[in-house]
Design a protein around this ligand. Structure first.
Ligand code: HEM
Length: 227
């Protein structure tokens, strides 16, 4: 590094480093078909079910990690998504939505990795936390608007509550604070590199879920398996 130039903030480094993976996740054929209005609400429900497994893994660990010096500052109750997801799923699937609910294999692998990081590696947990929650606060708002239009959900109502952060009045300010926490992550450069690698892995795990959803709904793979 040139001695005169300040190091790039970690929030910038991680965003830049994961840009290609973001483009890939965003451009997955399942997501494109879903947001292009080509799929029915069953596909949206199935996607929402997968999110529930992932957020349970993220949030079951939250109370235990709250006091952790690395992951603790990121744990904010206003981010918690399990309860809104459960309201959306009750709306989309009826009161028995939980009965027989199984994650897709890619979802199970994703949730297991989040749980493993939560147990053993708080900085790795931060990589997963960033990949999901900052994404929900940013691109999630585009997905909400499209879902409302495509399947006729009430604005910010049942079906899209996952994308509505009632406890965050100023998302731009919240994201700024979140990036400041990333910039202050109390780990060395080697560990930061491992966090970036885990973030790329987190995006890949999301892409794998989209691929399996695409196989179920006929946008990926040899053909429609089942709905
Ligand atoms: C159709 C799907 C998606 C759309 C339309 C979308 C769109 C966006 C947009 C517009 C931003 C804001 C970029 C900026 O402020 O510079 C963003 C940021 C972000 N997205 Fe996505 N996204 C999608 C899918 C995803 C997925 C699947 C993930 C990962 C699970 C993700 C994770 C993120 C993250 C972590 C950020 C924050 C980047 C940062 O500022 O550090 N996005 N997305």
């Amino acid at each position: 590094m040139d001695a005169a130039s300040a190091p790039e903030p970690f929030s910038t480094v991680i965003r830049t480093a994961s840009h290609a993976q973001h483009t890939e996740a965003e451009g997955s054929t399942f997501m494109s078909a879903l947001l292009g209005g080509e799929l029915g609400v069953a596909a949206y429900r199935r996607d929402t079910e997968q999110l529930w497994f992932v957020y349970r893994a993220l949030e079951e660990a939250a109370a235990r990690l709250a006091g952790d010096p690395v992951a603790g500052p990121f744990i904010r109750p206003e981010l918690a998504r399990t309860a809104p997801l459960e309201r959306d799923l009750a709306f989309l699937g009826g009161p028995d939505w939980r009965t027989d609910l199984q994650p897709l294999p890619a979802t199970a692998a994703y949730a297991a990795r989040v749980a493993e990081c939560a147990r053993q590696w708080p900085a790795g947990y931060v990589a997963h936390h960033y990949t999901r929650y900052l994404g929900d606060l940013a691109g999630g708002q585009i997905i909400r608007g499209t879902a409302e239009k495509t399947w006729g959900f009430a604005r910010k109502g049942d079906g899209v509550r996952f994308y509505v952060f009632d406890g965050i009045d100023n998302p731009a300010a919240f994201k700024r604070e979140y990036r400041a926490l990333l910039d202050a992550l109390p780990v060395d450069d080697l560990e930061k590199q491992r966090v970036i690698d885990e973030c790329k892995q987190a995006f890949a795990l999301n892409t794998a879920v989209f691929r399996e959803l695409g196989e179920v709904f006929g946008t990926d793979g040899p053909g429609r398996l089942s709905a």
